[in-house]
Design a protein around this ligand. Structure first.
Ligand code: NAP
Ligand code: HSE
Length: 443
């Protein structure tokens, strides 16, 4: 039998994911080469500070600080970009592709924002850019959507796709810990982005939704058209009140086909406590995909962290190694659909979104307050499913009133809020959180 040369890879970034990848490639080298058909050798790595201690061994690789030494090294076959950020990462990936190297990346910001350009350059050069680790850490959701569900018309993709925000929300909910404490833990555990505002403001989840929706619906990557809200407005009080009504608050990334439109939104959401997604806690992620043939399928696993993410990076490296010998024209397309078959995204304004709502008002306990609130909602055709006043009060001490509405248009809720806030008996801004019943088919 002919002994094949090892495949040389260059890794850019040896932080949480990079070190996890080196460790996994070393620990499971034998199993991995049995699968890939070739031995995989980490020839070199680039970091910002070469003197910094690493969570992996660097004795058998060339360690430097210039990523372009790796992209320009003719002996390297695959560049693995695990550095993060958009600008330099884009330059590195484009340079690697123009130098004829395949690319593996875990960088969702890069793919969501520059993916259309990167895939075009990859196609022109007959190369693969693989990015399984960019969405939901160790969950192979890209492969599932791109290959496993290729026979379906996808109706919905709804996911908990950010480990940090789920870690914070479930910590606040289950053990009553404060937001900042859980965020600090998520940073320590290597879950959070270098700039954690990407996690808590919802941007990271929006990057991931951009990628998922493109692969699910055959549309170009279009990050600018995702509605984004983070979790910084969620209080322990809202988590407790939602629980009283039988709901949990989760940070969801939602892509839904509504007639010929596709809704793309990321925001906190009440979901029924008995739904699978409501029981996904800590750093775990889960993505519900509804296909017309497969029906609902749920894909669950660790959404962040060194080895779960490295698991997806290494799977991509193995895939790339396997494709080294296949005809570029006959590979699985980057975005699942053939590049000439992508349809333009037809989105729509958030005002057209139809869902139920949780509203929390702080009101003086005076005669007629509830009637005023009901009148304002009723005038807009918003029907109330439940309403509860929290606690007793005197007429000059405001108390929270929590309302769950039936499904209605967001534009109606938006127009009612200023009128509610202008009532003399309403003491504070109205808190609004969307609520999804999580029915697998549009109601
Ligand atoms: P990280 O721990 O901050 O590591 C980043 C690495 O990149 C560090 O080794 C850093 O070097 C290196 N680096 C930064 N700028 C550089 C430059 N200009 N030149 C050379 N090297 C440079 O980040 P991470 O958590 O591993 O994340 C890496 C990527 O994976 C990001 O795109 C992230 O979104 C994605 N991701 C992360 C996770 C996770 O759980 N952490 C999960 C999925 C995807 P120094 O160590 O010397 O500073
Ligand atoms: N910061 C990201 C998260 C890393 O918490 O989900 C995984 O993509």
């Amino acid at each position: 039998m002919k002994v094949m040369e090892p495949v040389n890879i260059g890794i850019i970034g040896l932080g949480t994911v990079g070190a996890g990848t080196v460790n996994l490639l070393e620990r499971n080298a034998n199993e991995i080469s049995r699968r890939a058909g070739r031995h995989i050798k980490v020839k070199g790595a680039a970091v910002r500070d070469a003197a910094r201690p690493r969570a992996c061994s660097t004795s058998s690789l060339e360690l430097g600080t210039d990523p372009f030494e790796l992209t320009d090294d003719p002996t390297i076959d695959v560049i693995v970009e695990l550095m993060g950020g958009e600008t330099l990462a884009r330059e590195i990936v484009i340079r690697a592709l123009t130098n004829g190297k395949h690319v593996v990346t875990a960088n969702k910001a890069l793919i969501a924002v520059h993916g259309n350009e990167i895939f075009r350059v990859a196609r022109e050069n007959g190369l693969v850019v693989a990015f399984e680790a960019a969405v939901a850490g160790g969950v192979s959701i890209i492969k599932v959507l791109r290959e496993g569900l290729a026979g379906n018309c996808i109706e919905q993709v709804i996911g908990i796709v950010n480990g940090t925000t789920n870690y914070i929300l479930s910590g606040m909910s289950k053990s009553g810990r404060p937001f900042d404490e859980k965020l600090d833990e998520a940073k320590r555990l290597g879950y959070a982005e270098a700039d954690p505002s990407f996690d808590i403001d919802g941007v990271d989840a929006a990057h991931k939704l951009t990628i998922l929706s493109s692969i699910a619906f055959g549309i170009p990557l279009d990050f600018a058209n995702v509605y984004v809200e983070g979790i910084t407005g969620i209080t322990s009080q809202d988590i407790a009140y939602a629980g009283d009504f039988g709901y949990r608050i989760k940070h969801l990334a939602i892509a839904k086909r509504i007639d010929s439109r596709i809704e793309l939104r990321v925001h906190p959401c009440l979901i029924p406590v008995e739904h699978l997604l409501a029981n996904v806690d800590g750093v775990m992620n889960a993505i519900l995909v509804v296909g017309d043939a497969a029906g609902p399928t749920v894909h669950y696993g660790a959404g962040a962290g060194a080895e779960p993410t490295a698991s997806s990076v290494v799977a991509d490296i193995v895939d790339v190694v396997r494709t080294l010998t296949t005809d570029p024209e006959n590979r699985v397309p980057h975005l699942a659909f053939q590049p000439h078959s992508l349809s333009p995204l037809r989105g729509g304004p958030m005002g057209d979104v139809e869902t139920a709502y949780y509203l929390r008002l702080l009101a003086l306990d005076q005669a007629g307050v509830l009637a005023d609130v009901a009148r304002i909602l009723g005038q807009r055709g918003i029907s109330i499913e439940s309403i509860r006043q929290r606690g007793t009060s005197s007429s000059d001490t405001p108390v929270p009133i929590v309302i769950i509405t039936h499904r209605t248009l967001e534009s109606r809720i938006e127009s009612s809020i200023p009128e509610l806030e202008s009532l003399p008996s309403i003491a504070q801004k109205v808190v609004k959180i969307r609520l999804e019943s999580m029915a697998s088919h549009p109601e």
